[in-house]
Design a protein around this ligand. Structure first.
Ligand SMILES: C[S@@+](CC[C@H](N)C(=O)[O-])C[C@H]1O[C@@H](n2cnc3c(N)ncnc32)[C@H](O)[C@@H]1O
Length: 261
């Protein structure tokens, strides 16, 4: 169940933040070689792989992930969209030596670099698989989506984020790396950085409210053993009451780096 929620949350992120995702893909499209061979690192439910195959005609994508359930979902979506012949999946733990990928023109890593045990090593591997002149794309979250800004429940969401940040830090996730410096250190040139300050105002469409519900419900379960019972009960009340609320908005910040081998 928790896993299904993760998949649904990633799919909803793609849908609700559609404009952000398509702006990044368009940027990559302008910079990438024609008919690029793409490796999507930590492809998850397929947000990047599908959009890249859809938007870049002739692109072929290899989606890599350690999680076979994610890859099964991604494959089903690719088939349903008629993109199955241009998207392949490879189950791989990218903390281990990488599988052979053949020549690659674009390495895409969206919200996945921070999961790597050693991001510097992963970036060096990305450098190693890219053709000369090939493109590296790293997208990371500066802040996780917030839905309750300006509402009476904002402080509860804020406290939840503080506790989740602590949890991620203790789990060893690399949330606040200086990615530009790490990318340069791995040997890449022409490192360009773009910051996206995303704000979708209230009222949100039903998919937005569902995104809020899945995200805050995951937060609540992630904090099960970290918040006092009263705060968990407050979060429960908020999560239950989300559908139909007209004061929900989305705030999130992302940064994307493009660089050349
Ligand atoms: C937050 S999700 C991002 C998914 C997708 N790139 C997106 O933008 O929606 C991170 C993904 O990285 C994968 N992942 C985490 N550690 C990994 C590793 N060591 N090797 C391969 N994939 C990994 C997870 O299974 C998950 O699907």
């Amino acid at each position: 169940m928790a896993h299904n929620h993760m998949i649904e949350m990633l799919d909803l992120d793609a849908e609700v933040l559609h404009d952000y995702h398509s702006e990044v893909i368009a940027w990559v499209g302008r910079e990438a070689a024609g008919q690029p061979r793409i490796a999507d690192l930590g492809a998850g439910s397929g947000t990047g792989s599908l959009a890249l195959a859809r938007e870049l005609p002739g692109a072929r994508v290899t989606a890599l992930d350690v999680d076979p359930e994610m890859l099964a979902h991604l494959r089903a979506r690719a088939e349903a969209e008629g993109l199955g012949d241009r998207i392949g999946t490879v189950e791989a733990d990218l903390d281990q030596p990488w599988p052979g990928l053949g020549p690659i023109d674009v390495v895409w890593a969206a919200s996945s670099m921070h999961h790597m045990a050693d991001p510097a090593r992963a970036l060096a591997s990305a450098f190693g698989v890219l053709q000369p002149g090939g493109l590296l794309v790293v997208a990371e979250l500066d802040s996780f989506p917030r839905f309750l800004t300006g509402t009476p429940d904002e402080p509860v969401e804020d406290a939840g984020h503080v506790a989740m940040d602590k949890r991620r830090h203790e789990a060893g996730l690399h949330m606040h790396e200086n990615w530009g410096a790490l990318i340069s250190r791995a040997g890449f040139a022409e490192v360009t950085e773009r910051h996206f300050d995303i704000a979708l105002p209230a009222p949100l469409p039903p998919t937005g409210a569902r995104y809020a519900q899945v995200t805050l419900s995951r937060m609540r379960h992630g904090l099960e053993d970290r918040l006092p019972a009263a705060e968990l009960a407050t979060l429960d009340r908020i999560v239950t009451g989300l559908p139909g609320r007209t004061d929900l908005s989305v705030r999130t910040e992302r940064t994307v780096w493009l660089a050349r081998r």
